[in-house]
Design a protein around this ligand. Structure first.
Ligand code: NAD
Length: 276
């Protein structure tokens, strides 16, 4: 895969296309998916403590025999680990499970209470070189404003639900204006048929001899968004990596942006949930 990178505000290069590992449940399926993803060129992996597969991901990465530094590994602080000390502990546990000494990216999973103290711990870990990029997920403008007002370092990235039905236009502009990167979770609308079989997307896909999934992923790339599509199907894993050899026209980008229905999948927009 041709891997494009996007620079965080501190100059760290993030592969714009990564691989999400949420809900790949069975052990064999997980191992096969990561092996296939690495084989077709994915090096950026997105996990979280709550996904319960940090250890499996670490093992799969080691099995590849590709040096750890070639990978870009993200994990997240879960809601029950908020606060200064708990976050430091959670970080060490995550590193232990992944069997790494540093994380490329560490995110606050949700803006649960005490996220300011959580952030303080993350700032320190960043200053110590244990985390290359620190950021948040599912944060709204009010949370970002609050964290920037009370902290030394601003979040470098916000991972939020984003897809053509929920393009996050307002937050996208806000992030851009504040030099915070936009990362999409659920970039394919979590595989929703209404999106993946949309006639307008099919037309564009036909035009480029690509699949609808590839068209959607390409739309994200051209918006400057980092994406982490998930799949445990080898053919789709390959397909999702093959999105760097064509360009959507301005008109096509506009057409896709018109698919905005406001439909979102996150349970609670403001994001505090103790159980996923
Ligand atoms: P997604 O949009 O990546 O959709 C994945 C689903 O789309 C697959 O299960 C499959 O059904 C379908 N799919 C994948 N590739 C396809 C293809 N080429 N053709 C047709 N269908 C295809 O949704 P996601 O997994 O929820 O999000 C991606 C990643 O984002 C997760 O794995 C996880 O790492 C992360 N995530 C983060 C949060 C958060 O709160 N920060 C929440 C959800 C997910």
């Amino acid at each position: 895969v041709e891997t494009k990178t996007i620079e965080a505000v501190n100059g760290v290069k993030i592969p714009q296309l990564g691989f999400g590992v949420y809900k790949i449940k069975k052990k064999e399926e997980f191992e096969m998916s990561i092996r296939e993803a690495i084989r077709v060129g994915f090096r950026h992996f997105d996990t979280a403590k709550i996904y319960g597969n940090e250890k499996a991901l670490g093992t799969a990465i080691e099995k590849s025999q590709i040096p750890r530094e070639k990978f870009f590994i993200t994990s997240k602080v879960w809601n029950t680990d908020h606060g200064y000390k708990a976050t430091k502990n959670a970080f060490e546990q995550t590193c232990k499970k992944l069997n790494v000494k540093y994380l490329d990216m560490y995110l606050i999973h949700f803006a649960s209470p005490h996220y300011l103290e959580t952030w303080k711990a993350m700032e320190e870990l960043y200053m110590e070189g244990r985390i290359k990029v620190i950021g948040v997920a599912n944060f709204e403008i009010q949370h970002l404003e609050n964290i920037m007002k009370h902290s030394e370092i601003a979040p470098m990235i916000n991972q939020i639900e984003t897809h053509p039905e929920f393009p996050q236009n307002e937050l996208h502009d806000y992030l851009k204006n504040h030099h915070i990167l936009h990362e999409a979770w659920g970039p394919l609308g979590q595989g929703n048929k209404a999106l993946l079989e949309h006639p307008d997307l099919k037309t564009i896909a036909h035009e480029h001899q690509k699949t609808v999934a590839q068209i959607i992923l390409r739309w994200h790339l051209q918006r400057g968004i980092i994406i982490i599509p998930k799949s445990s199907n080898p053919q789709r894993i390959k397909e999702n990596s093959d999105i760097f050899d064509f360009v959507l026209t301005h008109e096509e980008m506009g057409k896709i942006s018109q698919l905005n229905t406001g439909r979102r999948y996150s349970i609670k927009p403001t994001g505090y949930m103790i159980n996923p």
